[in-house]
Design a protein around this ligand. Structure first.
Ligand SMILES: *[C@@H]1O[C@H](CO)[C@@H](O)[C@H](O)[C@H]1NC(C)=O
Ligand SMILES: *[C@@H]1O[C@H](CO)[C@@H](O)[C@H](O)[C@H]1NC(C)=O
Ligand SMILES: *[C@@H]1O[C@H](CO)[C@@H](O)[C@H](O)[C@H]1NC(C)=O
Ligand SMILES: *[C@@H]1O[C@H](CO)[C@@H](O)[C@H](O)[C@H]1NC(C)=O
Ligand SMILES: *[C@@H]1O[C@H](CO)[C@@H](O)[C@H](O)[C@H]1NC(C)=O
Length: 499
């Protein structure tokens, strides 16, 4: 009996999920809509350092996938809605997609892809049925393509749906059912997911509930049991997550899918861009969430804890602000992987920031002291800067919303200057601006909303420092050494049995 056989046996055990769940770990969304994305290898290190064992990507970003290779982190790989129509049209397109975006990364880089998430909230009412005809056929074609690629057992399909696909007439979770306009479509999809060992993924946003309804009982958004319970039969609900999740479970039970696995695909709280979006609320929400995850707590209707993907890992300064300015501030970490607030992540550990981030020079662009705030070019210059750079922290109730007009202009000029990589001509607002090496950030006034004048990540330095491709194979990491230790254990076991 050779080592090779043992090794293969072990690989099988691992791929079957043997030993899975022993350490649990956290899951999160890694979005990459940023002008200066944090380099993927730094993100992967950040994930590992903070106990994240699962990550969800919104698209098959090559840099992210390569960096996740051999990391031991399980991946849910998303497919953007724009891809649904072509994927629905023929199974060959789905086969190409799977070959190029799934099989390749699994076999060549050792990426542990567990789920393909087909579409992203495709039935959102604001999309006006645009993806109604293509989501299910795309799901079927991707499933067929995965089977054809020999990945049917390893990689499962799911569809991330916005929580507005189910409703409750009674106002209580037990009254949950699927939205009437897409009821039969959803049932066909649930049956398909069920038949193929897939899962339903739902996104739940207590922050948006609070946002949408000023009368919403705020305490109910959090987990510290401060809210007046909503009594539903024998169950008392004290937070939106449980109530919302169980409304979905009720909808599934009512339609014969009581054992379909449900994943929470997005949940979180933003820190800026809205009066309710601040460090205090975000910390309170995420700490409560993390405690539940650590405790392995399920919902009243389903005691098995679901996988919960926190949204999101880092801020994204190029996301659309259509839903609101808070859209660019969902990160548990800042855009550069630095800490926004501390969280207790269990076993006495706290969050740790990203390591090895390279920044541009300590230089800022500000409004020139000799320029006047009544200069006729000022408003237009600020508008220009804020069209190309992220000024969402300047709004009402946001971290830089209290600045005087001069600092307000400086903030806008600096964001533009940093976004343009501190180019010389990027601090040239018709003689209204100058550069400075003195940090213009206003002093923290003891409140939790401190306005920070950023310095951007230096992408060119990271580009130069990029590791040679050969280091991928050389990356003997924790995961491989774990397998090795297991191999030894089994060897000892087997030899004991033989002798
Ligand atoms: C995935 O595969 C398709 C080929 O079907 C390719 O066109 C696409 O660029 C790939 N990458 C992403 C990010 O989807
Ligand atoms: C979906 O299909 C229906 C019925 O065939 C059709 O009326 C509708 O226009 C289609 N929707 C889209 C967005 O293509
Ligand atoms: C800061 O600039 C923005 C963008 O021009 C503007 O909307 C806002 O009113 C300004 N605030 C102050 C206090 O000048
Ligand atoms: C600043 O702008 C003016 C005119 O818009 C231009 O003549 C000048 O060269 C620019 N300066 C730099 C440093 O780009
Ligand atoms: C800042 O946050 C802490 C807890 O995170 C809270 O106790 C304190 O009241 C907050 N201060 C302000 C001014 O919001």
């Amino acid at each position: 009996m050779g080592f090779r056989y043992l090794y293969i046996l072990l690989l099988c055990l691992f791929s079957q999920g043997f030993l899975r769940g022993v350490h649990g770990g956290f899951a999160c969304n890694w979005g990459t809509r940023a002008t200066h994305p944090l380099p993927p290898d730094i993100v992967v290190r950040l994930l590992k350092d903070n106990g994240f064992t699962k990550v969800k990507l919104f698209e098959a970003d090559p840099g992210a996938l390569e960096a996740l290779g051999d990391s031991g982190i399980q991946v849910m790989l998303g497919i953007p809605n724009e891809f649904l129509a072509p994927l629905a049209s023929t199974v060959t397109i789905a086969e190409t997609w799977v070959a190029q975006n799934v099989s390749k990364y699994m076999s060549k880089y050792g990426v542990d892809i567990r789920y393909v998430a087909v579409g992203n909230e495709p039935f959102l009412t604001s999309y006006k049925d645009a993806f109604l005809n293509t989501t299910f056929p795309a799901l079927q074609n991707i499933q067929a393509a995965l089977i054809k690629a020999g990945l049917g057992r390893q990689v499962k399909v799911t569809v991330p749906l916005n929580a507005d696909v189910y409703q409750t007439d009674s106002g209580l979770p037990s009254g949950g059912n699927f939205r009437s306009d897409i009821h039969s479509l959803l049932l066909s999809m649930m049956k398909f997911l069920s038949d193929n060992g897939g899962a339903l993924t739902i996104n739940i946003y207590p922050f948006l509930s609070l946002q949408a309804d000023p009368d919403f009982p705020k305490e109910y958004a959090f987990f510290d049991k401060g809210a007046k319970p909503v009594v539903d039969g024998s169950i008392s609900y004290t937070n939106v997550l449980d109530a919302n999740f169980d409304t979905c479970i009720a909808a599934l039970e009512k339609n014969g899918f009581s054992s379909l696995p449900v994943i929470v695909g997005e949940i979180g709280w933003p820190t800026d861009g809205d009066p309710n979006a601040n460090i205090e609320n975000a910390k309170r929400f995420n700490q409560g969430l993390v405690r539940r995850i650590l405790a392995g707590q399920g919902s009243p209707k389903r005691s098995t804890p679901p996988d919960i993907y926190i949204f999101g890992l880092i801020d994204e300064d190029a996301k659309s602000v259509l839903p609101g300015n808070f859209e660019r501030h969902w990160g548990v970490f800042n855009y550069d992987g630095s800490l926004k607030y501390s969280l207790d992540i269990g076993k006495g550990k706290a969050l740790v920031p990203a390591k090895g981030v390279q920044y541009l020079a300590r230089r800022w662009c500000i409004m020139s002291p000799s320029a006047s705030t009544s200069d006729p070019n000022l408003v237009q210059s600020i508008d220009y800067a804020c069209t190309y750079a992220d000024c969402t922290s300047l709004g009402y109730g946001s971290s830089c919303g209290m600045l005087d007009p001069r600092s307000n202009a400086s903030y806008a000029f600096n964001m533009y200057y940093q976004t343009m990589d501190q180019r010389k001509d990027a601090c040239n607002f018709s003689s209204l601006s100058i550069t400075t090496s003195v940090d213009p950030s206003p002093p923290s006034n003891g409140q939790n909303r401190t306005c920070q004048f950023k310095i951007m990540i230096d992408l060119s330095k990271h580009q130069k420092a990029k590791r040679p491709p050969s280091s991928v194979a050389a990356g003997l990491n924790e995961h491989s050494s774990q397998k090795f230790v297991m191999a030894l254990l089994v060897l000892v076991l087997v030899s004991t049995l033989i002798i």
